[in-house]
Design a protein around this ligand. Structure first.
Ligand code: URA
Length: 263
């Protein structure tokens, strides 16, 4: 008898025992991603922020599940997919770059995340590193070289600051309160001086869970929608390209991983 996990409303019959997952944050991206690697992909669940489609890549079932925004909801998606047998996770999202040399539309491959979230500390103490699995990381790098070689866009590999909040945790002052608490004042400059490449909101949770829980492999690729050294507002016209670049890299990396598992 297959058990239905509560939040995702999925069981192993619906997922066809998939062992691989692509994790966008935004539910609206799920269908687009699934159809881009399998025109025959179909929706298998739809509950709260968790929308799931199933398709086939390299003749293997591949689920695409939205995590919603931030660590708490991402932790539920990852935990429940792992309960159903998923072992390899690639998060694909958008990000704000904080180093001047990074362009809007480029992609950032996260080697490790500064744990500015709360959810990951419910799985491992804060001293535990949030690092990408080496095989997923190598596949993302190979994929990015390949996918972006005929474009004007670049890939960057490095450490991400992964925060629970979009505004104070990423030191944004254009919020309702227009203030940032002491803990985060000056934090962007400090991350810049420590060679952090970007801010996003889920990699700390994903990479901690996948590193701490037996048998899981995780990686993260993000498309740059703003460069905070130049501006604060996200450039809406750049979102589609940044998303496409990151999705193409994530899917190519997943295909590379699946091929390698056959050897
Ligand atoms: N996502 C984030 O978390 N931060 C940004 O600046 C852009 C996208």
């Amino acid at each position: 008898m297959s058990v239905t996990v509560y939040h995702l409303d999925l069981d192993e019959k619906k997922t066809l025992g998939a062992r691989h997952a692509i994790l966008p944050g935004d539910p609206q991206r799920v269908e687009k991603i699934a159809r881009s690697f399998d025109p025959g992909a179909r929706q298998i669940a739809y509950n709260r922020e968790y929308w799931t489609w199933l398709g086939h890549l390299k003749r293997r079932p591949l689920v695409v599940t939205s995590t919603g925004i931030g660590g708490p909801s991402a932790s539920i998606a990852i935990d429940e997919l792992a309960q159903l047998g998923v072992r390899t996770f690639i998060r694909v999202g958008t990000t704000g770059a904080i180093q001047g040399h990074i362009g809007v539309g480029d992609v950032i491959i996260t080697t490790g995340a500064v744990r500015l979230d709360g959810a990951s500390s419910h799985y491992a103490p804060i001293e535990f590193p949030a690092v990408a699995h080496h095989q997923v990381l190598f596949s993302l790098v190979e994929a990015a070289r390949d996918v972006l070689k005929t474009t004007q866009f670049k890939h960057h590999i490095g450490i991400t600051a992964s925060a629970d909040t979009f505004y104070p945790g990423q030191e944004r002052y254009d919020s309702y309160g227009r203030r940032v608490i002491k803990r985060f004042r000056g934090s962007m400059e400090e991350w810049q001086s420590l060679n952090i490449l970007n801010y996003e909101m889920e990699s700390a949770t994903l990479l901690t869970l996948c590193s701490a829980l037996k048998g899981l492999k995780g990686g993260c690729v993000s498309g740059v929608v703003v460069n905070r050294t130049r501006e604060e507002r996200i450039d809406n016209s750049a979102v589609e390209t940044a998303e496409k670049n990151a999705i193409d890299v994530a899917l190519r990396a997943m295909a590379i991983l699946m091929e390698a598992e056959r050897d």
